[in-house]
Design a protein around this ligand. Structure first.
Ligand SMILES: [Zn+2]
Length: 567
C-alpha cells in the first residue's frame, strides 16, 4: 500500500442474501439497482477449486519475491524487472495467454523519474520584511517537480483548511477566499464525509486540481497530528531516499501534473505551528476546528518563496498482464481484472544494518495470491464465462502509476473491463473472521461481497479507520477513476479469540514493519493458512463476477458512478 505522502503531499502526488442456488434479484440501498448474483451450488467446481488453493503455493511465491536478491522491487530497478520476469514465467507455466503489448506478457509503462536536490531547494517565509528561511529535511521537504528541473514561485499565502471544495456535500474551504496567484496552504485529509468520499477528497490530485481551479500558483501542506499519525514527518524525510515517479502520456506529459503550481512543499509540525503565529489563529484552534468539519480559511500576513531543483530522467517499467479466456462465446469478450502491485519501495535508509525494504506483505503477498488464483482458475472445468485478466502492476508505491496507466490504456478494449478486484498487503497475521470491502458499497459488487462472505462464513465490516484513507491508497482507485466498478477487500479486525487482538497486531505491524526493512519473510506471525482463506474469498468474488449474467454496475445516483462512470 502506498503511503499517505503519495496521497497528500507533493506536486508529484501529492485510499437478501443470495440464495444458495439460482440467481436472485437484489435491491440495493433503496436504489432500484437489480443485481443478479449466481452463486454456484455447493460442492461444485468452485468448491473443488477453492480447496486446491494452497498455503504453500502462496508462501513459495512470497519467498521468491521478498528475497533480498530482488532488492525490494523498487519501480524501474533490476529487482523489479526480475520480479516481473518471474510473474510472466509463472503465468506462462500456468498456461495463461500473454495479454500485454505485442503478444507479450508485458505492458511497458513510460515513467518520469525524479529526485529533488535538497541542497538547492529552498523555502522562505517573509513577513514585515523579515525573512524566515526553513531548513530542508528539518522544517520542510519538497519532492521533485515532474515537469521542470528548476521552478520558483513567490506569492502571498492564504490558508484554505483542508483545501476541499465539495458542493454536493455542502463544503467549500475556498468560500470567501481569493486564491488567485497565491500560494495555498492546507492540511492533510478531508471533512468526515463517508469513508471513501473522505479518502477521495483527501487525495493530492483532487486538492491540486481544486487549487488550480481557484487560480493558485503554489501549494504548501502542513503537518498536523492526524498526518503525523498516518505518515510521520521523519518517515517523509527518510523516504527522500526513494525517487519519485509519474507516468507519461503519448505526448510525454506527466500524469496528474499541474504546471500552474510552480512550487510545493511540506512543513513539519513545528514549522506549521510557527506559520500560525501572528495570523490571529493558533495551530491548536485551527486543527481542532478542521477536525469538526468547520471551514477554517483566512488570508495571512505571509509571503512565501519556494524554489525547487530536481534531477529528471525518463525510464520504463512493466506491468505484467495474463489472460484466462472465458468459456461463454459472448461473455468471453468481457474481462474481470484481478490486480496486485508487484513493486515495493526498493533500497533505502538502513535500519539495524538492513537497507532492503523487502515488502513481504506489501505486496509480495498479493502477488503470490494473484499467481495462486491464476493457478486455481486455470484448472477449472468449465472455465468461468467471462475472461479473467491477471494484472501485476508496477509503480504502486510511487502513486498507483502502473494501475493508473493500465486503467487509462488497457491492453483489451476499455469498455470490456467490467470490474477490478484488487489485492494489496494481505494481513495474514491473525485468524480471518471478516472482510472490509473498500468501495463495494458504490456498486453491485456489494452483492458479490455479501454472497462470497456468506459462502466463506465470513462477515463484512465497515472501515474502522477513515483517517487512513485506505480507499485511495491502492490500485482499485485507478480503476474507479476510469469508471470501472472496483473493490479492495482486506482482512478485517474481528477476533473470536479474546487473546488475539487484530487491531493491536496491525498497529504494531504498521509502526514497525510497514515500509520498513522488517517487512520480510523472517517476521513472526505469518499465517499462510489464513492467506489461503483470504485467497479463496477473492477467488469466489471473481468467480461470481465472471459468471453473473449482468456485468457489475454503479448504484443509481452514486458519487463515483456519477463522476467517472458511463454517462
Ligand atoms: Zn506500500
Amino acid at each position: 500500500m502506498k503511503t499517505s505522502e503519495k496521497i497528500a503531499l507533493t506536486s508529484w502526488l501529492r485510499k437478501k442474501k443470495a440464495a444458495t442456488l439460482g440467481f436472485v434479484a437484489m435491491v440495493a440501498l433503496g436504489a432500484t439497482v437489480a443485481a443478479e448474483v449466481w452463486p454456484a451450488p455447493e460442492n461444485d467446481a468452485a468448491d473443488a477449486t477453492m480447496a486446491a488453493i494452497r498455503p504453500e503455493g502462496i508462501r513459495a511465491g512470497m519467498l521468491f519475491l521478498a528475497d533480498d536478491l530482488l532488492e525490494g522491487r523498487g519501480t524501474a530497478t533490476r529487482g523489479h524487472e526480475i520480479a516481473a520476469k518471474y510473474m510472466a514465467s509463472q503465468f506462462e507455466e500456468i498456461g495463461l495467454q500473454p495479454a500485454g503489448d505485442n503478444g507479450t506478457y508485458f505492458q511497458e509503462v513510460p515513467l518520469r523519474k525524479g529526485q529533488v536536490d535538497g541542497t538547492k531547494t529552498s523555502l522562505t517565509l517573509v513577513r514585515d520584511g523579515n525573512q524566515e528561511k526553513l531548513v530542508f529535511r528539518e522544517n520542510f521537504i519538497a519532492l521533485a517537480d515532474a515537469g521542470r528541473t528548476e521552478t520558483s514561485v513567490e506569492a502571498p499565502v492564504v490558508f484554505v483548511g483542508d483545501g476541499v471544495t465539495a458542493p454536493e456535500l455542502g463544503h467549500d474551504d475556498y468560500k470567501g477566499i481569493d486564491a488567485k496567484g497565491k500560494i495555498v496552504v492546507f492540511v492533510f485529509g478531508a471533512p468526515n464525509f463517508e469513508s471513501t468520499l473522505k479518502a477521495h477528497y483527501s487525495s493530492f490530485e483532487v486538492k491540486a486540481a481544486n487549487a488550480v481551479a481557484h487560480g493558485a500558483s503554489g501549494s504548501i501542506l502542513l503537518d498536523d497530528p492526524v498526518l503525523e499519525q498516518v505518515y510521520p514527518f521523519k518517515e517523509m524525510v527518510r523516504d527522500l531516499a526513494f525517487p519519485q515517479f509519474r507516468w507519461l502520456d503519448k505526448q510525454g506529459k506527466p500524469n496528474d501534473y499541474w504546471p500552474e503550481l510552480k512550487g510545493h512543499a511540506t512543513l513539519n509540525l513545528e514549522a506549521a505551528k510557527r506559520f500560525f503565529e501572528g495570523t490571529g489563529h493558533t495551530a491548536e484552534d485551527v486543527f481542532g476546528a478542521i477536525k469538526t468539519g468547520k471551514p477554517t480559511s483566512f488570508s495571512t500576513p505571509w509571503t512565501a518563496k519556494i524554489h525547487n531543483e530536481s534531477k529528471l530522467e525518463d525510464v520504463k517499467s512493466p506491468n505484467v498482464v495474463a489472460k484466462l479466456e472465458g468459456s461463454d462465446p459472448a461473455l468471453k469478450n468481457e474481462f474481470v481484472v484481478y490486480s496486485a502491485h508487484l513493486d515495493h519501495v526498493g533500497i533505502g535508509e538502513p535500519e539495524k544494518g538492513d537497507n532492503i525494504y523487502n515488502g513481504a506483505l506489501d505486496n509480495a503477498s498479493g502477488s503470490a495470491i494473484l499467481l495462486e488464483l491464476a493457478r486455481a482458475f486455470s484448472r477449472m472445468n468449465p472455465r468461468p464465462r467471462r475472461s479473467i485478466l491477471f494484472v501485476s502492476v508496477t509503480g504502486e508505491e510511487a502513486g498507483l502509476l502502473g494501475s493508473d496507466y493500465f486503467a487509462h490504456y488497457p491492453t483489451v478494449a476499455k469498455e470490456s473491463v467490467v470490474a477490478n478486484l484488487n489485492m494489496d498487503e494481505d494481513l495474514m497475521l491473525w485468524p480471518l473472521e471478516d472482510i472490509i470491502a473498500f468501495g463495494a458499497e458504490h456498486s453491485t459488487l456489494q452483492t458479490v461481497m455479501e454472497a462470497a462472505a456468506k459462502r466463506m462464513n465470513l462477515s463484512l465490516s465497515p472501515d474502522p479507520m477513515p483517517d487512513e484513507v485506505v480507499f485511495i491508497r491502492s490500485d482499485q482507485y485507478s480503476f474507479v477513476k476510469q469508471g470501472v466498478p472496483s473493490v479492495f477487500p482486506v482482512p478485517g479486525f474481528k477476533s473470536n479469540d479474546p487473546k488475539i487482538k487484530p487491531m493491536e497486531i496491525f498497529k504494531n505491524w504498521e509502526a514497525t514493519r510497514y515500509h520498513h526493512p522488517g517487512d520480510d519473510m523472517n517476521q513472526p506471525g505469518l499465517r499462510f493458512d489464513e492467506a489461503a482463506k483470504y485467497a479463496r474469498f477473492m477467488f469466489f468474488c471473481g468467480y461470481l463476477v465472471a459468471n453473473e449474467p449482468q456485468r457489475p454496475a454503479w448504484k443509481k445516483g452514486d458519487f463515483f458512478g456519477g463522476r467517472y462512470g458511463k454517462k
